[in-house]
Ligand binder design. Structure first.
Ligand SMILES: C[S@@+](CC[C@H](N)C(=O)[O-])C[C@H]1O[C@@H](n2cnc3c(N)ncnc32)[C@H](O)[C@@H]1O
Length: 154
């Protein structure tokens, strides 16, 4: 077990012995380079980049997927996730240049996957966000003005 993980487990009262009985962490580190418990990886780090767009609780830990992709696949390969959920494995495959195909039962999850794996024109996205903020501010100002007017005539 990694030292960082020991410290976090102690802090949160996690029973490491029972985990180590079920998982041969040293063997995992030897084969895969990580102990796969990811106890030391905080929620904000587990939900890196687009994974935080929607806090879907059923998703894989991205770092777990990363370990297996690095070990068994290379750039240009295609991976299939038959239960692709909110698309964690699909996104993690795309990061190092792998293709990914997902199959998912829930249409809401498919929507999340599509948003997370789509290619965007960043300048266009920035323009749209700024425009939305501008319209939101104008709407908010309009509401305040209407409210003041309403209070004045009462
Ligand atoms: C725990 S999630 C999988 C996590 C995902 N692989 C990831 O990368 O984050 C399991 C998903 O399987 C989906 N599912 C369950 N039964 C299914 C089926 N028969 N066909 C397709 N998807 C299914 C569920 O809707 C759920 O979103």
């Amino acid at each position: 077990m990694l030292e960082a993980n020991r410290k976090v487990a102690a802090k949160f009262g996690i029973d490491l012995e029972s985990i180590e009985k079920k998982v041969d962490t040293q063997e995992n580190i030897g084969i895969l380079g990580n102990d796969l418990t990811f106890i030391g990886v905080r929620e904000k780090d587990r939900t890196k980049h687009v994974h935080r767009l929607h806090p879907y609780p059923g998703k894989f830990i991205p770092q777990l997927v990363e370990v297996f992709l690095k070990k068994y696949f290379k750039r240009g390969d295609t991976i299939l996730d038959p239960f692709s959920c909110s698309g964690t494995a699909l996104v993690e495959a795309n990061v190092p240049g792998m293709n990914s195909i997902g199959i998912e039962l829930s249409s809401f999850n498919v929507l999340i996957q599509k948003v997370k794996t789509k290619k965007y024109n960043i300048l266009e996205v920035e323009k749209e966000i700024k425009d939305s903020l501008r319209r939101l501010r104008a709407f908010s100002k309009q509401l305040t003005t209407v409210n003041k007017h309403y209070l004045a005539i009462r």
